[in-house]
Write a new protein. Structure first.
Length: 201
């Protein structure tokens, strides 16, 4: 097919314009990719408090608790021997007096010593001991630990008084000192046995 002369220059011009447009597209027609952003820094880890030791209690006998201070004067007597008592020491009941009529079943008893100290059970300080109150009974064997029952009351905390409850009637009371193992001293220290009369009011 033959192209008319007056159309051929127009076609050539159009082809040239298309090629030029393809080769010379303006920069603003091209979409540039946004510049890469640096990654956001990771947040710093929260500061942790320094590790601390668990609280220490002064309560003895439990895991993690501070040990109780060592007892003083823990020189226990050798087996078969007894702690000595000093010359001239004695023990007495300060109240009630022998023959007292107590008008209550609750009776307060005061303990006294002369020339001799009081220390809790489990300690072995020379010239000390703790009280035992004998109620309606005779002295136990003096070379053995004192029994612990309703007739032999132990005051291993070093107490020097107590309140006991007695039935109405006649009763006897007597004090006996002992060492940290509840064994009487040599020679033994015990009070006079007294008799009291309880009257229920």
């Amino acid at each position: 097919m033959t192209t008319p002369r007056h159309i051929a220059p127009l076609i050539a011009a159009l082809i040239s314009l298309g090629a030029f447009a393809t080769m010379s597209a303006p920069a603003w027609t091209q979409t540039a990719a946004p510049p890469a952003q640096p990654p956001a820094p990771s947040p710093a880890p929260a500061a942790q408090p320094p590790a601390s030791s668990p609280p220490v209690s002064t309560m003895p006998g439990m895991p993690g608790h501070a040990a109780a201070p060592a007892a003083q004067g823990t020189n226990q007597p050798a087996p078969g021997t007894r702690m000595p008592s000093p010359p001239g020491a004695y023990v007495y009941i300060g109240w009630p007096q022998d023959g007292t009529v107590v008008r209550s079943t609750k009776v307060k008893v005061w303990f006294g010593t002369r020339g001799f100290g009081v220390a809790p059970a489990g300690t072995f300080v020379p010239n000390t001991g703790h009280h035992h109150l004998l109620i309606d009974t005779d002295l136990p064997p003096l070379d053995q630990p004192i029994p612990n029952d309703k007739h032999h009351l132990h005051f291993g905390g070093g107490q020097t008084e107590t309140v006991i409850e007695l039935t109405p009637g006649k009763h006897t009371l007597q004090l006996l000192m002992a060492d940290g193992n509840h064994v009487p001293h040599e020679p033994p220290l015990y009070s006079k046995k007294i008799t009291i009369y309880v009257r229920a009011e």
